[in-house]
Design a protein around this ligand. Structure first.
Ligand SMILES: [Zn+2]
Length: 108
């Protein structure tokens, strides 16, 4: 059961959409396999609309590929990822007219 008043763990900001839903920004820790095959935990900022299926993820890293075949991960500051996530959330909130309907609970 999902309530609008819930503030799920990790949610750092919410944007109210024109349709009355919210776009939630959350900080997550995800398993990530580095190009060298070693896996670890990396940060990721996600933006998820509660009114429609739209969502986007802003990892705190990006994989760079060199001139040849080698590739490596480059860190992206969490603040930078958050700015991108906020821009996405803001832009989506301004155009999303989906209502957070009662049907959503049937899909959970
Ligand atoms: Zn939406």
């Amino acid at each position: 059961m999902k309530h609008m008043t819930d503030n799920p763990e990790g949610v750092i900001a919410r944007y109210l959409t024109v349709g009355g839903a919210t776009v939630d920004l959350a900080l997550k820790q995800v398993r990530h396999t580095f190009p060298d095959g070693i896996s670890g935990t990396r940060g990721l900022t996600s933006a998820t609309c509660t009114g429609c299926p739209a969502s986007s993820e802003f990892p705190h890293w990006r994989t760079r590929t060199g001139t040849w075949t080698s590739s490596w991960d480059e860190d992206i500051p969490a603040e930078k990822a958050e700015v991108d996530a906020r821009n996405w959330a803001q832009a989506h909130a301004e155009k999303c007219r989906a209502m957070p309907g009662p049907v959503s609970s049937e899909h959970l």
